[in-house]
Design a protein around this ligand. Structure first.
Ligand code: MIG
Length: 654
């Protein structure tokens, strides 16, 4: 059952497509869990063993209890446990009790500003949701199980985005590829190493001075040929687009934006100036329909050159500095010049400069033109990346009505799932992030985001060979399987690890063997508004061990994964909530392993191998050992089952 209540005068985010009529909130409203609403605060009492699911891309567990999360899209490259905000704002949670007679309750707080979810952090058994602006649409959804609630919720917010199938191919990326030659070299080295490759991502260096919709012709004199040459070899190029537009006379995007008032304004009605990659920039007003369409149609510049995929970055939007605050900081430094600073002044000066980035004051000092109204950015902050990506997707429909274009974004809000996917941002090459990224998969799915993936190998800091191998054995299940890393870190293209070439080849072969299954599960998740990745508790809700499991996932309803996510391990303890058969991927082959009975078992998994477990009575398709996405053939698969198969596999393809 779904009910909608309106508090204050909420802004329409267009997250919900099918809005039910609003009810009036009654103090004694009947809900599966007691709720108390007091203005901007929503309080819910929990019992000890209740699980809270949801919140999409956030730190910590699949069970969100015990921390405070703030929905406020933030460019923060350190995803440590103490953080409150990452790039996405996904205001959907579900409460699920150990008592199976109790219904599961889903809560969606539709407000595009700052929303705080204190999930038992302050008061162990209380959820306190605070909507800063006090205006919101509240959706309460109740149903017998978490999956029922997810289906009802996703029916409200509309069907998830479907990428072109090649978006399931293995891709290489790195911040630092600087010229056509660099791209040719990546392609060549993969080929020489006999490792498959379906796409190479272009980071900001393809642009001229980091300006959107430009190409650096000194380093990419033959951009069009490069696109064609690689695409003839089955390798797509996927350029990045940034949220800020450089201020520069003669730069078309800048000049048109100024002329037509398409940029966000400051307090005085002038175009707001911030520093991002290109230097001093303006933000296109993504909330203004006309401005958004104008900016989005500019992707045509690259579509015309044969590009069919993009990633939108820096669209929280990230701010390195505002001109206003930079000026203040420099004046302060000027004041201190020639003086000997005491320690207090020294720290203060450091803090002034550090505080320039993503400064809260800056977000409050610019404005959008939203349906003719002047709206302060703070009140709609979480819509910027969503609307940027939505705009691009609408432009693709207009420009290429019969084609699917690959599109994913860093910042997001629920609703954006209809237009593209997300990648999990700047993770680090650390072992704990394997677990973190695994846990984000089901949480994102609950919120509608299905085309998702993490930077394989880790983005920040130096990776290691063993971490790369273990990451590969997890990423091979993610819809987006992309190896990406930051400028200055250890290079991590798979051919940089000659000793492990055969092992990486094995993992990629396993990936392509599983694409028929993964793509089919993806399409089913879209069709049925269901999760592709689920916590074990969704299937084995009465089993306390399954409910508490945070490092294993179900894929669709037929399989389970339990990747090794710790260093120096040759296997791990896996919990089997029922009997399941292991399929092992080794030396490019797949081997039917043994059937594990219900309970805990130590399962060996040497570096460079992967496995998947099939539920009792189910079967999954395993394809041929192909070396590119175009060679994947969902009609020539073998079905492998665990015991007698009573659940015939339903194969979807397009
Ligand atoms: O300030 O474009 O998350 O994937 O490589 C960093 C450079 C900007 C952040 C993205 C990352 C990308 C990087 N970008």
């Amino acid at each position: 059952m779904v009910k909608r209540y309106i508090f204050g005068t909420p802004i329409d985010t267009e997250a919900v497509l099918n809005k039910p009529d609003a009810s009036i909130w009654q103090a004694d409203e009947e809900t599966p869990f007691p709720i108390l609403i007091d203005g901007k605060n929503i309080k819910i009492n929990m019992n000890k063993g209740d699980i809270v699911y949801g919140l999409g891309e956030t730190v910590r567990g699949i069970n969100k209890r015990g921390h405070k999360y703030i929905s406020y899209c933030t460019d923060d490259p350190k995803h440590t446990e103490d953080k409150n905000s990452l790039y996405g704002a996904h205001n959907f949670i579900m409460l699920n009790s150990t008592d199976e007679t109790m219904e599961t309750l889903g809560i969606f707080v539709d407000n595009p500003g700052r929303v705080t979810f204190d999930i038992g952090a302050t008061d162990t058994n209380v959820i306190n949701i605070e909507v800063t602006s006090g205006s919101y649409d509240l959706y309460l959804i109740s149903g017998p199980s978490p999956i029922d609630v997810i289906k009802e919720f996703r029916a409200l917010i509309g069907k998830s985005y479907i990428p072109p199938k090649w978006g399931f191919g293995y891709a290489q990326s790195r911040w630092g590829y600087k010229s056509s030659e660099d791209f040719r070299e990546v392609y060549r080295k993969y080929k020489e190493s006999e490792l498959p490759l379906d796409a190479i991502y272009m980071d900001i260096d393809y642009m001229e001075g980091f300006k959107d919709f430009t190409i650096n012709r000194e380093t990419f004199p033959d951009f069009e040929e490069l696109v064609k040459e690689l695409s003839d070899e089955g390798v797509r190029l996927v350029p990045i687009i940034d949220g800020g537009v450089r201020i520069e006379e003669g730069y078309e995007t800048y000049e048109e934006g100024v002329k037509n008032n398409y940029f966000c304004k400051d307090e005085n009605g002038d175009d707001f100036v911030v520093g991002v990659w290109p230097g001093d920039c303006h933000f296109p007003d993504m909330l203004n329909d006309e401005a958004r369409r104008w900016f989005s149609l500019k992707y045509k510049f690259l579509l015309d050159k044969g590009i069919r995929g993009f990633w939108n970055d820096m669209n929280e939007p990230a701010i390195f500095y505002s001109r206003k605050n930079l000026k203040k900081a420099l004046e302060k430094a000027e004041d201190y010049k020639g003086r000997s600073l005491d320690l207090h002044e020294f720290w203060e000066l450091c803090g002034t400069f550090e505080g320039l980035q993503n400064n809260p004051e800056d977000y409050k000092s610019f404005y959008h033109n939203y349906h003719g109204m002047r709206v302060n950015h703070e009140d709609v902050h979480n819509l910027f990346g969503y609307y940027m990506t939505r705009g691009a997707s609408e432009a693709f429909k207009e420009l290429l009505p019969d084609e699917k274009v690959l599109m994913f974004s860093r910042a997001s809000y629920i609703g954006m799932h209809r237009y593209g996917g997300v990648w999990m941002g700047d993770n680090q090459s650390v072992w704990s992030h394997l677990g973190l990224n695994l846990r984000m998969l089901p949480s994102l799915n609950m919120c509608g985001f299905l085309y998702i993936g993490a930077d394989m190998g880790g983005f920040g800091c130096d990776t290691t060979e063993d971490l790369m191998l273990r990451w590969g054995a997890l990423s091979m299940f993610m819809p987006l399987m992309r190896n990406h890393s930051a400028l200055g870190t250890r290079e991590q293209e798979l051919y940089r690890f000659p000793e492990s070439k055969a092992l990486f080849r094995n993992l990629l072969t396993a990936r392509y063997r599983l694409v028929p299954f993964l793509y089919s599960e993806y399409l089913k998740a879209v069709r049925d508004n269901a999760p592709m990745f689920s916590p074990l508790g969704f299937f084995y809700g009465k089993d306390m061990i399954a409910r508490e499991c945070e490092d294993q996932l179900m894929i669709g309803d037929s399989a389970m994964i339990a990747p090794v996510i710790t260093q120096n391990a040759t296997g791990r303890v896996v919990y089997f909530p029922e009997s399941m058969k292991e399929i092992i991927f080794r030396d490019g082959e797949y081997i039917e392993g043994k059937i594990y009975e219900k309970g805990h078992h130590y399962v060996e998994l040497p570096l460079g191998e992967a496995n998947i477990f099939i539920r009792d009575g189910y079967e999954i398709p395993i394809g041929k050992a192909v070396t590119s996405i175009d060679a994947v053939d969902s009609s020539s698969v073998e079905y492998v089952s665990c015991n007698w198969c009573s659940h015939k596999y339903e194969m979807l393809d397009d």
